[in-house]
Design a protein around this ligand. Sequence first.
Ligand SMILES: [Zn+2]
Length: 301
Amino acid sequence: MTENNVEKLVELNFKKIGIDRIGKIEDYFFSIEDKQDSENELIVSFNFAPNNNKSKLFEFFDKLEESKQISEYNIDKNLVRVVYIEDEKETVDIFLNGIVNKFREIDGKCICSNCDNTENLSFYSNGNVYSLLCESCGTNVIDQFEKDKLAKNNYIKGLLASLIGALIGSAIWIIIGALGFFASIAGLAISYCAFKGYGIAKGKLTRKGIILNVIAIVIAFLFAQYAVLFIQFMKEFENMDLFGFIILTPVIFSDLEFVKSLLPDIGLGILFAFLGTYRTIINNYKSAKNSENIKVEKIEL
Ligand SMILES: [Zn+2]
């Protein structure tokens, strides 16, 4: 978008949402974005209500297309998108006013993108997403969003699901560990499955939720290490079974020398678990932090 056009839109009180600019002239609402594959074209979109004289609007656009003021336009249900070619002399405000004049001439109206209401329209945004809604649809969306946000998060169910996921993921760790290797990819499997399980149980990705996932990952990691140890004991002692190993556990772990001998393995295991999981955890933490700050709001123009 040329600087000149940016200035004109600021003068018209257009607001920037993400990479788009949205605003209104009289009662007509427009959104404007740069055309991705083009240097000097803008996509101007608006929701246009069904109208008996719609063909007159399209005749108007056909003429603009012939005179190379626009390169194309298309209609998808009520959404009209016009590709405007930027021009030194005819700035975007003049172009928009031309459309508004045509709207007035044919008694055109903008329309809610959720119902067929054409009155009391406003843009509503949720982070970088926005839509044109009537007052009742807008209020509904805000209420629903607030309700979802306030809905009690079932952390216990989330933790259990995350734990089940992490334990499934730990199977890979156990297999690799039983072969005598550590691999960060196995740590990644644990954290991926933990978050997957948490998501399936519809756990909300709040910061508390992330901590629960980390707890599940640590438990699964300890379980996997314990299982690997059991497998090693089975290899070493012919008559060892799971029950015997569990009975033996306190004895094994009270032997300081033995615990010391485990430390290098545990250290390596934690290192690889960390390498495998920290990116997943950080990414989820970031998106949790963002979604906590996001809200649906009406954009005053
Ligand atoms: Zn509506």
